[in-house]
Ligand binder design. Structure first.
Ligand code: F6R
Length: 241
């Protein structure tokens, strides 16, 4: 694992954006695996800035997002499709038709998951997967468990994830209880993985992910086995290491 230290969130975001920018420049028709949440917001802002300066071209890029809440429509302002549109897609020249997010409106979980796996296969797999890290070590919505997931799956969100995500909803009761998420097997098949981690509240889990045993109880620990992982973290997140 390559660990890249940043002074603060701003520097972290620039470094992460640099890595994505290099990927898009070297392979303009690449497939980017993208994440939502607060960690990548600064990275997306930086990419938008460079795009506006004429330094980046997303016209041939395809994207597949990690996850989506089950039951939320794309125009619901808490859906991950809405997040991606407002935080990145609406501001760059990516073809919306080539941006994929699991279908939160598909009530049949098996069908939603199968269709998303087929999309990932059809686009040829992921060149660079961007990840945030959950406080319990989750990646995507793959929560601690007794085994690693393979393909896209429907998960019951844990109390800690509901608690962490309630800040985006009017009340905790409004947080959806299920989500569709790309599986860990699919994430591990990405050619490169970039993890952005910020803040003191992530320091304990980051240490477990990097230095602890590889265990499905800390899903992100499996990244130790991937040949090309870069973790970009700020000083606060690295403070326990
Ligand atoms: C988001 C996702 C989640 C987040 C994680 C960290 O698409 O899949 O795994 O990356 O919950 O969230 P933040 O960045 O808000 O701390």
């Amino acid at each position: 694992m390559n660990i890249c230290k940043a002074k603060d969130y701003k520097e972290l975001s620039r470094k992460a954006a640099n890595i994505i920018s290099a990927q898009v420049t070297m392979k303009p028709d690449c497939v980017l695996g993208l994440a939502t949440g607060s960690s990548p917001v600064g990275t997306y802002e930086q990419l938008i800035e460079w795009y506006k300066m004429g330094d980046l071209d997303f016209s041939n890029v395809t994207s597949v997002n990690l996850d989506e809440y089950k039951g939320l429509a794309p125009d619901n302002d808490q859906s991950y499709r809405y997040f991606m549109n407002t935080n990145l897609f609406d501001h760059v020249n990516i073809e919306k038709m080539r941006t994929y997010v699991p279908n939160g409106l598909e009530p049949n979980s098996k069908k939603a998951c199968r269709e998303y796996d087929e999309i990932i296969e059809k686009v040829g797999g992921i060149d660079l997967q961007l990840l945030g890290l959950g406080h319990n070590g989750h990646i995507g919505f793959n929560e601690p468990s007794d085994s690693f997931t393979k393909g896209t799956n429907c998960v019951d969100l844990t109390e800690s994830t509901i608690e962490a995500n309630k800040r985006f909803f009017e009340s905790e009761a409004d947080v959806p209880r299920q989500a569709y998420t790309m599986g860990i097997g699919t994430i591990m098949k990405a050619k490169k993985i970039l993890v952005v981690v910020s803040g003191k509240d992530k320091a304990d889990i980051l240490k477990k992910v990097v230095c602890g045993p590889v265990t499905p109880e800390v899903p992100a620990s499996i990244l130790q086995l991937h040949p090309d992982v870069t973790i970009v973290a700020d000083e606060a997140a690295l403070s326990e290491m």
